[in-house]
Design a protein around this ligand. Structure first.
Ligand code: PHE
Length: 365
């Protein structure tokens, strides 16, 4: 584990409010946790510089889940029983958040996932929130883009059978794309951590699709793109937010260039609030913030605003305050939480270029 206390102060002292984060800091989703941690840390620093919450400073304890659901569950339990945090932020990958949500809900400790999009995460109970959209919308976004913008007729799907996120997104895309008059050529699958996808890609090639939908995470998608080109598949690849990592360019190289994915935010957004966030983030961490950093920042700020409004710092009071979040101006869109504790927001479609993404379009719910 790793403790950090932005702005100084000792965690869990009388004049400090301790928050917790569980994130993937190592393993196949490492950039997710690191970006999220940076975004959260920036929000906490700003809040502390502005006086904290009702005179108390904010601190955070961060645990690594090594990109594994079992570790995520254990880390959540540690935050709850040992550190006695007032709320938990995290995780990114839905399978990890599902494991954490079990624990948070059972203990009555509020949890906000910045970026897990699988519908069932917030269905774990009334203590579980998210500040991002959900996959039934995200799947619709890419189906609509594939049909109306790329004008594709027949698409193959390649899903990660170890990820709740990937399985569900694949299902939604299939349903929506078919409803819009498209055809699914075939659905193939892999397991997170695999390195050879040639058998599935060869099977896909035989169906002669116009495009391939790969709703996975960047570690696998980058390699899949290279192998797709190797077996002679030249059609565009499409995906979801799980592609969002600077590592995607490194792993995929020119093979991933020209592909499209849906996401929560684009650094090209000219909104001055977004550009200020990008400038502050760059000054602190060196790179352009990805969607995880933006959503981590938003989740932390939603949490801090709720702590300011809460009657006291007990689980039920903090829960009630979070549930009332309305029209919160985030850098990855405005957050209003609905009765299912989800945020209803627009999505952007990004095109993968040489070492960076390019904004293509915004699709509204
Ligand atoms: N939405 C993904 C999931 O639920 C996580 C993710 C969000 C990854 C945003 C990258 C960017 O598993």
């Amino acid at each position: 584990g790793q403790a950090a206390s932005p702005g100084g102060g000792t965690p869990a002292s009388a004049d400090t409010i301790l928050l917790g984060q569980v994130g993937a800091l190592t393993g196949g989703q490492a950039t997710f946790g690191i970006s999220t941690r940076n975004g959260i840390e920036l929000a906490l620093k700003e809040a502390n510089a502005a006086g904290g919450v009702n005179g108390k400073k904010l601190a955070i304890r961060v645990y690594d889940n090594q990109s594994k659901p079992e570790e995520a569950a254990q880390a959540a339990t540690r935050l709850i029983t040992q550190d006695k945090v007032v709320l938990i932020l995290g995780d990114v990958a839905s399978s990890n958040s599902l494991a954490m949500a079990e624990k948070a809900q059972a203990a009555g400790v509020p949890m906000i996932t910045p970026s897990s999009t699988n519908t069932t995460v917030t269905e774990k109970g009334d203590y579980i929130f998210r500040v991002c959209f959900i996959d039934p919308f995200q799947g619709f976004v890419m189906a609509k883009f594939a049909r109306e913008d790329l004008k594709l007729g027949k698409v193959a799907v390649l899903q990660d059978n170890k990820s709740a996120y990937s399985i569900d997104l694949s299902g939604v895309f299939t349903r929506k794309f078919t409803e819009m008059g498209g055809k699914i050529a075939t659905t193939e699958s892999y397991s997170q951590g695999d390195t050879d996808y040639r058998a599935q890609l060869t099977a896909i090639k035989k169906t002669q699709p116009d495009g391939i939908y790969v709703p996975g995470y960047y570690s696998e998608v980058g390699v899949i793109a290279r192998q797709a080109r190797e077996v002679g598949l030249k059609v565009p690849l499409m995906g979801g937010d799980g592609w969002d990592s600077e590592k995607l360019f490194e792993l995929g190289g020119s093979a991933i260039s020209g592909s499209y994915f849906s996401n929560h935010y684009s650094p090209d957004n000219p909104d001055p609030r977004v550009q200020k966030f990008i400038a502050d983030y760059k000054a602190a961490y060196g790179g352009v913030p990805d969607a995880l950093a933006a959503l981590g920042y938003d989740a932390a700020r939603v949490a801090i605003e709720a702590l300011k409004r809460a009657k006291d710092l007990s689980g039920p009071s903090v829960r009630d305050a979070i549930a009332q979040t309305k029209d919160f101006p985030g850098v990855a869109g405005t957050v209003t939480l609905d009765e299912k504790r989800n945020a209803v927001k627009s999505a952007v479609v990004l095109k993968v270029g040489d070492g960076k993404t390019q904004y293509v379009t915004t699709i509204n719910p």
